[in-house]
Design a protein around this ligand. Structure first.
Ligand SMILES: Cc1ncc(COP(=O)(O)O)c(C=O)c1O
Length: 377
């Protein structure tokens, strides 16, 4: 039986202590015991989101919280700017269109981060803009966006800034309150080291004021209802009890390491991965690489999908190919959640074997030397 090694940008591996927490005997959610757990989890999430404001938990994948961000704060025909630099900027656009908003697309070349000057100009030319949707880490291009500079443009205006931090949170720094980000969404299956199934949405006071004016339909994802329950450490509907028990453990692990240390650790892993790729003569795709995932351009003449497939089929190692137009051109190696430097060393060792078998010429062991230099020196 083959072992499975996950170096994909979600789901990421789940540590055994979290699996044990999840597999505890189920309990009823309307009990003092569970309310106590929710209270602890609610406090812990504030630490992870760098906020004093509520973080609501839904039983859904991250896209559920993205949908809630559109349906709760806006009304039909509201003008919003959507920064699209890849697949997940596109997701914001698709949701906004589904709910009848009037989206203005700020298109960015894949692999680049948005220019704040361009956004500033768009906002000056469109003073009726109600919201800006963007992404902390555009997973499809492995690019981190400068949220601090974007937030500086919306902070003191009546414009809501909504950030998808589904893959970036915990690896890429996001100082929600300090930078003035109004809404942040995330999900369980990446930095949190949990299985898929929970989404999170952090809402500040400005966002709460937008809630009251929204005229879009919502039922399960109704944040007003969720916030009322949240005040009593309760949930409007049956919560994902077992995953929340796992979340309590995940928060404990993250707090023990400390966010500052984690940001540093993942940055180091990202730099090491970039160095390893370059040592093989390969190009790092992103011009502003994230600490959560690295995208590497496939050698000319080699289809990224074949590399990914061979690595998984022969060695049980899962990395990800590109998405959309980049599907065959790049492959992506994640360094998020529980993935560590040992995983990267193992992954690159077998990646070399796969590249060699596909006919790519390089100095055997070059990526491993680069990793060792990054990690051991
Ligand atoms: C940046 C980003 N946004 C949104 C999503 C979608 O999240 P989910 O698949 O949990 O709905 C993902 C998932 O990979 C992501 O990386």
């Amino acid at each position: 039986m083959k072992r499975r090694y996950l170096l994909t940008p979600g789901p990421s591996p789940v540590p055994s202590v979290i699996r044990e927490a999840i597999s505890q005997e189920i309990m009823h959610h309307r009990t003092d015991e569970f309310i106590q757990i929710l209270q602890e989890v609610n406090e812990g999430l504030k630490y992870i989101f760098c906020t004093k404001n509520p973080v609501i938990i839904f039983a859904s994948s991250g896209t559920g919280a993205m949908e809630a961000s559109v349906s709760n704060f806006f009304s039909p025909n509201d003008k919003v700017v959507i920064i699209v630099g890849g697949k997940f900027g596109e997701r914001w656009l698709e949701i906004a269109k589904s709910f009848g908003l009037q989206p203005l697309v700020m298109q960015i070349e894949p692999g680049f981060a948005p220019s704040t000057n361009e956004l500033k100009k768009i906002l000056q030319d469109n003073p009726d803009t109600k919201g800006v949707f963007t992404t902390l880490t555009e997973t499809s291009t492995a690019t981190v966006f400068d949220i601090k500079s974007i937030a500086a443009l919306t902070k003191d205006k009546n414009i809501l800034l909504l950030v998808d931090a589904i893959s970036g949170l915990i690896q890429d720094q996001l100082l929600t309150d300090e930078w003035g980000v109004d809404v942040v969404v995330s999900a369980s299956q990446k930095g949190f080291m949990l299985p898929p199934g929970l989404s999170f949405i952090c809402i500040n006071k400005k966002a709460e004021s937008f809630l009251k004016n929204s005229k879009l339909p919502k039922y399960y994802f109704d944040l007003d209802k969720a916030l009322k329950a949240y005040q009593k450490n309760d949930t409007p509907f049956t919560p994902a009890v077992s995953l929340i028990m796992g979340l309590k453990k995940s928060i404990e692990l993250i707090k023990n390491e400390g966010l500052e240390n984690l940001w540093e650790k993942y940055k180091k892993m990202s730099l090491a991965t970039q160095a390893a790729a370059k040592a093989l003569g390969l190009e790092v795709f992103s011009k502003n690489p994230s600490s959560s995932v690295t995208a590497i351009v496939s050698p000319s003449g080699l289809n990224a999908k074949d590399i990914v497939k061979k690595l998984r089929k022969e060695y049980g190692i899962s990395i990800a190919a590109g998405q959309g137009e980049l599907e065959q051109r790049i492959f992506r190696i994640a360094h998020m959640g529980w993935i560590n430097e040992q995983d990267l060393i193992m992954c690159f060792s077998l990646l070399e074997k796969v590249l060699k078998s596909l006919g790519y010429k390089f100095n055997l062991g070059a990526s491993l030397v680069a990793l060792q230099k990054s990690f051991y020196e």
